[in-house]
Design a protein around this ligand. Structure first.
Ligand SMILES: *Cc1c(COP(=O)(O)O)cnc(C)c1O
Length: 365
């Protein structure tokens, strides 16, 4: 069994994806071709955000948003240390300082009750991460941001398709940034990403920054990057969108089935808490276990692949240690020691899921 089954997805969508790729090869507009606009419009319709700016990756999306906010050296951005490195990495690359605020132990998302104490005169933005596919506490975060005049950037690299109070992830704050890395809930066949915003001025800034700060051809009005998403990759996303609603539904069903089966088979196993006003698209189906390495080894021997997202909080990574004290963010430290992700994708079968649950029960027995 695959940790993430992209082969079955391609088998189901093969004719559609192949035809869309062939069309790009035939028209030859590899950069900013018609599929780029078509995908951006489709994603605007899906999320409800006013603007979608496709970019080279989820990482690039975060960088371009921060550049659009005109971050000055020393400006602070509040984020979670329990995330993929790109979140804090782009804050530093944009000239800012990441300020780490701990997570809630149940959801593994940033704890909004700890944010205000971290705000200073230099704070420019809050960057919550919608980890594992569950949106962070955006209402509480937006309220704090509004009170202090801060921008909010949702790192929605794992949560595209998730809902929160009837709205879609990526349409919940100043910016939403997602990734189309192949293993994300909506993936392409290489690198890709998108920025969502409903602010016209910021959208225009992002579009210019995406193409070397050009407001028109060869007129460079600001510093930008080469951050476009390839037409071919947009064609792949368009090909996958045909089945995406079904995939999201399937992910929600499989998440619910995992919850029911795991709690029946393994009483006391700590599962991720999903709050009642939102769902989780399970970019990763992550559980908490003690003695993780041994459990992973037993699962591997039983033919069940696992992964760890993530083994260290960022303030325990050499490159980011200077942004905190080792004892900061104790819930992030604990989660990093105990999280383990199980096989998950829309094409996971019930038989495979039963096999995973049985193997985990055995491994923990
Ligand atoms: C995947 C991911 C990113 C980066 O996206 P890429 O498209 O790989 O650059 C950023 N943040 C989080 C939380 C991610 O999971």
């Amino acid at each position: 069994m695959d940790f993430i089954d992209l082969k079955s997805q391609y088998a189901a969508l093969r004719d559609n994806i192949n035809a869309r790729i062939q069309k790009v090869l035939d028209h030859g507009q590899y950069i900013l071709g018609p599929e780029v606009k078509e995908m951006e419009e489709a994603l605007v319709a899906y999320t409800g955000a006013k603007h979608c700016i496709s970019v080279a990756s989820g990482t690039e999306a975060l960088l371009i948003c921060l550049m659009a906010l005109d971050l000055q050296p020393g400006d602070e951005v509040i984020t979670s240390p329990f995330t993929f490195a790109a979140t804090a990495e782009m804050i530093v690359l944009a000239g800012g300082v990441p300020v780490f605020v701990d997570i809630q132990p149940g959801t593994a998302n940033i704890d909004p009750t700890l944010i205000e104490a971290a705000i200073t005169a230099r704070t420019k933005a809050i960057m919550p991460v919608s980890l594992y596919g569950q949106v962070a506490d955006m209402d509480a975060i937006n309220t704090i941001a509004g009170k202090h005049g801060l921008a909010v950037i949702e790192d929605a690299a794992q949560s595209f398709g998730a809902s929160y109070n009837g709205k879609k992830s990526c349409n919940l704050s100043t910016f939403g940034c997602t990734s189309f890395f192949p293993s994300k809930p909506l993936g392409c066949y290489g690198d890709g990403g998108a920025i969502f915003t409903s602010d016209d001025k910021l959208a225009q800034a992002c579009r210019e920054i995406r193409t070397h700060g050009q407001s028109q051809r060869y007129l460079h009005t600001r510093i930008g990057v080469g951050g476009r998403m390839d037409t071919l990759q947009c064609a792949v996303v368009l090909g996958k969108l045909d089945r995406f609603e079904w995939e999201v539904r399937r992910r929600l069903e499989l998440g619910e089935a995992y919850r029911a089966k795991l709690s029946a088979a393994i009483p006391g196993l700590q599962l991720l808490e999903v709050k009642g006003d939102r769902d989780c698209v399970w970019a990763q189906y992550t559980v908490f276990v003690d003695d993780r390495e041994a459990v992973q080894a037993r699962l591997k021997a039983a033919g069940v692949p696992t992964a760890v997202h993530y083994p260290r909080p960022l303030h325990h990574q050499p490159a980011y240690a200077k942004y905190g004290k080792p004892e900061d963010c104790p819930h992030s430290i604990d989660a990093a020691q105990r999280v383990m992700s199980l096989p998950m994708s829309a094409d996971l079968t019930e038989e495979q899921q039963d096999q995973v649950v049985a193997a985990l029960a055995q491994a923990l027995a």
